[in-house]
Write a protein that binds this ligand. Structure first.
Ligand SMILES: NC(=O)c1ccc[n+]([C@@H]2O[C@H](COP(=O)([O-])OP(=O)(O)OC[C@H]3O[C@@H](n4cnc5c(N)ncnc54)[C@H](O)[C@@H]3O)[C@@H](O)[C@H]2O)c1
Length: 350
């Protein structure tokens, strides 16, 4: 038997509704839904008639064991600090906060109040990402030459953050989890196409010094194709994780390019390379909804039988990278292309 835990989901929007569904399906959870918007609470009441409904977090804090913060990123710091200061174990959606100082402050408040702080890096609880990590760390792919990650589609334009803060926390969390290292430097290009404020497409480059490798992250709210793909290119094999694939979410390609051993390079008209092609293997993955794995883990942490695998410190690491990306794309590192030669009419005639 599970001892009952009273858990509140703050923010019953797109993602908070999924937390509410998952938490209410777990044994020993009494659900509270908190939302400032009456229509969201009415919707929650329809879906979860047994749930307690509250419009403000501070009105519920005296009767809870844990809080999940699933409101827009700009409100995470205020709500999470209220919860932690009241001694609540708190899971905060990604990104943990919108500033490094706020993330550091939450970690401090959690420690002072003996409360657990966990960040919702959902992909670190995804069976495919865990498998890919195992493959990368086994050395089967050889040395990792580079990683490419794409998270594209017609996205949900956010009011209080740009596409990098909305989507790239996933890629930064996945890639650093695969390599077991945080990037040491970043560069970025981001652009705003729709709406007055936030970039909706970006390319981010992450440099990893220990692994001596790089990753390119492409995120967009403005792309005709929905893509959720991570490609890991090793010098022995390559792997592709396609989160949208039904039954082959990971494929390992025994494929590569070698510098050919040639006696006389100068006699060859093309690059002296040879191509290796072999099997494509797709490992079996037992699927369990990652959000369910993450929220069950949060409950295990509250019950004292586990320690957070994605603690507040992990959220802080990702926020540090996001802040560096902000600085990187405000720097203009452009190089002008040399002006084309003007052809004089006589030259054209010839
Ligand atoms: N882990 C994932 O895969 C994943 C996926 C999507 C979104 N998210 C994250 O979930 C969070 C929520 O995103 P969303 O798309 O669901 O947002 P949303 O705008 O759909 O919903 C936010 C809800 O919070 C409520 N709210 C806002 N401020 C509040 C406050 N102070 N008190 C009570 N309620 C308040 C709003 O009324 C709204 O119902 C974001 O941090 C986002 O990055 C995570």
């Amino acid at each position: 038997m599970f001892d009952q835990k009273k858990i509140a989901v703050v923010g019953y929007g797109y993602w908070g509704a999924k937390h509410a569904r998952v938490l209410s399906s777990l044994p020993g959870v009494a659900l509270t839904v908190i939302d400032a918007d009456e229509t969201c609470l009415a919707e929650a009441e329809k879906q979860f008639p047994a749930a307690r409904l509250v419009s403000r977090l501070d009105a519920a804090l005296d009767d809870l064991d844990g809080v999940v913060v699933a409101t827009p990123p700009g409100s995470h710091a205020t709500l999470a600090s209220q919860a932690l200061a009241a001694g609540m174990h708190t899971l905060v959606e990604k990104p943990l906060t919108t500033s490094v100082a706020d993330a550091e402050s939450l970690i401090g408040i959690a420690r002072e109040n003996n409360a657990l702080l966990m960040v919702g890096h959902t992909f670190e609880y995804n069976a495919a990402v865990r498998k890919l990590r195992e493959i990368v760390r086994s050395g089967d792919l050889g040395r990792i030459l580079y990683i490419h990650s794409s998270r594209l589609g017609l996205g949900r334009y956010q009011k209080d953050c740009d596409v990098v803060w909305d989507l790239a926390p996933h890629d930064i969390s996945i890639i650093s989890y695969l390599l077991d290292e945080m990037p040491t430097s970043v560069s970025a290009w981001a652009d705003r196409n729709v709406g007055p404020r936030h970039a909706d497409v970006a390319y981010v480059r992450l440099d990893f010094s220990e692994a001596d490798t790089h990753a390119i992250v492409h995120v967009s709210w403005l792309d005709p194709c929905k893509v959720r793909r991570v490609t890991v290119v090793g010098d022995q094999k390559m792997a592709v994780y396609d989160d949208l694939s039904d039954n082959e979410r990971i494929r390992v390609y025994d494929i590569g390019v070698d510098i050919a051993l040639m006696d006389d390079y100068t006699s060859s008209p093309s690059m002296p390379v040879s191509y290796r092609t072999g099997d494509i293997v797709s490992p079996y993955l037992a699927f369990e909804e990652p959000l369910k794995v993450q929220d069950s883990h949060f409950l295990d942490c509250i019950r004292g039988v586990a320690r957070p695998e994605s603690p507040g410190e992990r959220g802080l690491e990702v926020v540090r990278v996001l802040k560096a990306v902000d600085s990187a794309h405000s720097v203009t590192g452009r190089v002008s292309v040399a002006s084309p030669l003007r052809l004089v009419p006589e030259q054209v005639a010839q």
